[in-house]
Every structure is written in structure tokens, then in C-alpha cells.
Design a binder for this molecule. Structure first.
Ligand SMILES: [Fe+2]
Ligand SMILES: [Fe+2]
Length: 478
């Protein structure tokens, strides 16, 4: 019997997909895993048996999803239309990939599968970037099984695996050799991962994430970025901006103007002389400082959607993180002070939406732990970090800001680690009054140790944090 005859049922499905303009994954799995594989197949998918292989066609499915569905099974995947247009081409492509995969160790295959699901194909669907960028529940699950983690990563200087560590809090899986490892086998880990039901949980997360974003769009009018802040953000980076031009923009808004003058004349800045125009404030404080101040005051409006008491606490925290980020940035190799301030100020923007909607938020009293983020994800499908990134994108803020917000708890995900690490550390510092390494992400700790920048002592950190908290309080009292 020829290949084409056996593949005929899949070809029929492919014709349908082609006429609908959809996609289809062809997955080739060794026959000895066929029973397991059939258990993970959905009713709409078609499977055919060859001598040595099971070939499954997954309707309207991209590679990442197909990979997650057959997590931990050896497989080769080819996707219509990217990898080929004919069923036979797709089959041979998938078979070739299986042969390549077949030679790699089991553990690496598992991580490859997991890694696939985090690199979302957001070209087709821009929102999936916010929904599937991280799977906190799975990371929390790994962190809760340090013995198995150590086994998985044992003896692997493999950079392909080390990224897992970057996502975990400092101290997980890297605390030296453990004798317990000897009791763990590959089968134990397979059973553990299977029992966690990765695919089902991923599907639930995606569904909830989509709903959360959809519901946000229904209340989006409550969260519009005041137009003046758009203008102010537009001014950032214009180093030659004249004080008069800048003052002209701000003075269009009398409420903003009077608030700025109040703060400028408060104990926060400690000037003895009365400053009575925005232009004068710009001359004395500089463009950046006045832009930051105006932006903070303008953005404060969105806090009116939540209870005043919670809003006050959150606002104080955000201002402290903004100022601490500005101070810490240069030590971490990031010098755009404007951006440090904005990302610091907005880092927990997503929490405002969650609070407004009555969703669970983690880490109000301390920096959000992996469990807190997983809790948010279980409730909303995404964490406050992704929610914040999504809002910033809807506001058309620069990509660096969107990325900074998204990665403030997992800096290794960031395009610019120096910015993300800075805000991450500023957050810990704001909450703890010092840098408690147990509350810091592993990647941030390695970033710190690899960076040969000037060191800051714990005393200096605590002192600066205390000082900024005091100064921010004076702004809030104004
Ligand atoms: Fe946060
Ligand atoms: Fe925070």
C-alpha cells in the first residue's frame, strides 16, 4: 500500500482546511506511543496508522498547540500551509523532524515542547502575545517540585534547559547537589507532568485570557489615557525642547498646572523661593522632571475607578517604584530616565483593572511571588503584568514601555533586560525596604552578578528607599 492511500483520510481533511483558508498540523508519532497519543487527540482530529507511525492531523492548529497536546511524546510536526501544501510533503517533513527529535534526550524534548508554547505566534493574533507569553501556573508547579527540577536539569550545562531557571525565584534548583535525586526516574517525571494536565490547563488559561481582554475592551472608556499625557509622552526624548513650548502644552490644562505648581512648591523639592509658573519650574527642575510630574498627575485619574483607600496605597507604591527605578537605572546599565520613570509608574497598571473588575490580585503587601502570579492567571488567564502591557499597547505607548510592563516580574522575558531588572528590583526594594534575594527572580540575580557595575550596599539601598518613601508621602499630602 502506498503512502498516499494511507494518508487519504488526512488529505480529505486538508482539502477542507484549504477551502476554508485555515491551518492544519500533521503530527508523526512512533507507533509504540500510539495509545497515549490517541488519548490526547480531540474528536475533530483525524488519525491514521502506518506500520511504524501514527499520523495525526490537527484541524486549525498551529505547531505550538500541537506540541503542547502531545507534550513529552516524541513527535515531528509540520504545519499547513507554512511547511507544505500537499499531504505527502507535510508527512515527510514531519517524519524528518521526528527523526531529528528522536535522537535528542527525553528531557530536552519536553522542554522544547514547553518552550514552543511560550513563544506564541502572535503575528496572526496580536492578542495571543499577552495571553500565552507566560504560563505561571506551570512555573509555579515546577518550583513546587525542586527534586524533580534538579533531576531534569541535572548535569545539563545545556543552555537549552537553563532558561527554565531564569523564570523561577532565586534559589530554586540551584542549591547544590541533593541525594534525593537518585530516587527520581524519568518515568516519575513523565507521570508527574502528565498528572498535571498541561494541555487542558493551557486551554483553560487561553480561554480565560481572551475573556479578560474582551471584558477589558468593554470598560476601556474608564481607562483612557488623558490626551495631555499622550502629548507629554510625545515630548519625552526631545532634549532641545524649549521651556516655553513645554510650559505652553501643560498650561492648556489649568487643573494640571495648579497641581504641578503645588507639588513643585512642596517639601518634596524643598525650594525656599516660591515658583509661580510652569516655565519657571521647567527652568529650575528641567524638562524631564516636569514631564514626569505632569504625566503622574494626568495618569492619576484612572485610579478613580477603584476604592480610594486601595488607590492611595497603590499610587504611593507606583510613585516610589518610579523614583527608585530612576535612581537604580544607571547602576543597571539603563540611562533613559524618562522611560524608567514611566515604566516604574505604570508597572502595576494591570492591577487597577483587576481591582476594578473584582479579580484576584497577588502581592499587595509584598512583591508578587510566582504563586501570586499563578493565582492571578488561574483567575483571569493572565497576570497583572500582561494586563498592564495590553493597556499600554492599546494606548499606543512605545514598545519599550509595553515590554517593560509585561516583564517586570520575569525580566528574562524582556527585550531589554536592564530596564526590566531595574523595575523588578525597584519593586522589591519598595516593598521590602531592601533587596531580599529570596524575593528576586533568578535571572535578575544572575544579571546583577554578571554586571560589573558599581555595587550599592544594602545600607545605601535601604536608606534611599526610606528617603524616597518619605518624599513621595510629601507629594501625596500636597
Ligand atoms: Fe507587579
Ligand atoms: Fe509592584
Amino acid at each position: 500500500m502506498k503512502h498516499t492511500d494511507i494518508l487519504a483520510p488526512l488529505d480529505v481533511e486538508l482539502q477542507k482546511v484549504r477551502s476554508l483558508g485555515g491551518s492544519m498540523s500533521i503530527v508523526v508519532i512512533p507507533q509504540r506511543y500510539a495509545d497515549k497519543a490517541l488519548g490526547y487527540k480531540r474528536a475533530v482530529d483525524t488519525a491514521v496508522s502506518m506500520k511504524d507511525y501514527l499520523v495525526v492531523g490537527l484541524f486549525n492548529t498551529q505547531a505550538s498547540e500541537a506540541s503542547a497536546r502531545f507534550l513529552s511524546l516524541p513527535k515531528g510536526i509540520a504545519v499547513y500551509p507554512q511547511d507544505g501544501k500537499e499531504i505527502e510533503t507535510l508527512f515527510f517533513e514531519a517524519l524528518e523532524r521526528l527523526r531529528f527529535m528522536g535522537t535528542t534526550p527525553w528531557v530536552k524534548r519536553l522542554w522544547d515542547s514547553i518552550k514552543d508554547t511560550r513563544s506564541s505566534e502572535f503575528k496572526d493574533d496580536p492578542e495571543s502575545r499577552f495571553i500565552s507569553s507566560t504560563f505561571y501556573q506551570f512555573l509555579a508547579f515546577l518550583a513546587a517540585h525542586p527534586t524533580e527540577m534538579k533531576y531534569l536539569l541535572k548535569g545539563s550545562d545545556n543552555p537549552e534547559l537553563s532558561w527554565v531557571m531564569d523564570y523561577l525565584p532565586y534559589g530554586h534548583g540551584n542549591t547544590g547537589e541533593s541525594h534525593q535525586n537518585e530516587n527520581v526516574s524519568e518515568d516519575d517525571i513523565t507521570a508527574l507532568v502528565q498528572s498535571w494536565h498541561y494541555q487542558e490547563k493551557m486551554e483553560t488559561k487561553s480561554e480565560k485570557g481572551k475573556n479578560t481582554l474582551r471584558r477589558f475592551r468593554n470598560i476601556e472608556h474608564l481607562f483612557t489615557l488623558p490626551s495631555i499625557s499622550q502629548e507629554i509622552i510625545g515630548l519625552a526624548g526631545d532634549t532641545l525642547l524649549a521651556a516655553s513650548k513645554m510650559a505652553g502644552i501643560i498650561e492648556k490644562d489649568p487643573v494640571l498646572t495648579s497641581r504641578i505648581l503645588k507639588v513643585v512648591n512642596s517639601a518634596f523639592y524643598g525650594f525656599h523661593r516660591q515658583i509661580d509658573s510652569v516655565e519657571q519650574a521647567v527652568v529650575i527642575l528641567g524638562n524631564d522632571e516636569v514631564i514626569n510630574l505632569a504625566f503622574s498627575i494626568a495618569i492619576h485619574k484612572i485610579l478613580e475607578t477603584i476604592s480610594p483607600e486601595v488607590a492611595k496605597r497603590l499610587w504611593e507604591h507606583c510613585l516610589v517604584v518610579a523614583h527608585l527605578s530612576q535612581w537604580l537605572g544607571p547602576y543597571m546599565g539603563y540611562t533613559n530616565k524618562q522611560r524608567l520613570y514611566t515604566v516604574g509608574l505604570l508597572h502595576d497598571l494591570g492591577k487597577i483593572v483587576f481591582l476594578q473588575r473584582g479579580h484576584f490580585i497577588g502581592g499587595f503587601a509584598g512583591p508578587a511571588s510566582l504563586e501570586d502570579l499563578a493565582g492571578e492567571e488561574i483567575d483571569s488567564g493572565i497576570s497583572h503584568a500582561e494586563m498592564g502591557g495590553y493597556i499600554a499597547e492599546r494606548w499606543n505607548l512605545p514598545e519599550a514601555i509595553v515590554d517593560g510592563l509585561m516583564s517586570h516580574h520575569l525580566p528574562s522575558k524582556a527585550r531589554d533586560m536592564s530596564l526590566a531588572v531595574t523595575v523588578h528590583l525597584a519593586d522589591v526594594l519598595a516593598h521590602c525596604g531592601g533587596i531580599d534575594l529570596a524575593k528576586v527572580n533568578s535571572a535578575a540575580v544572575s544579571y546583577l552578578s554578571e554586571r560589573k557595575g558599581p555595587a550599592i550596599s544594602q545600607d545605601e539601598l535601604s536608606q534611599r528607599a526610606g528617603d524616597i518613601v518619605q518624599r513621595v508621602k510629601t507629594i501625596l499630602e500636597t
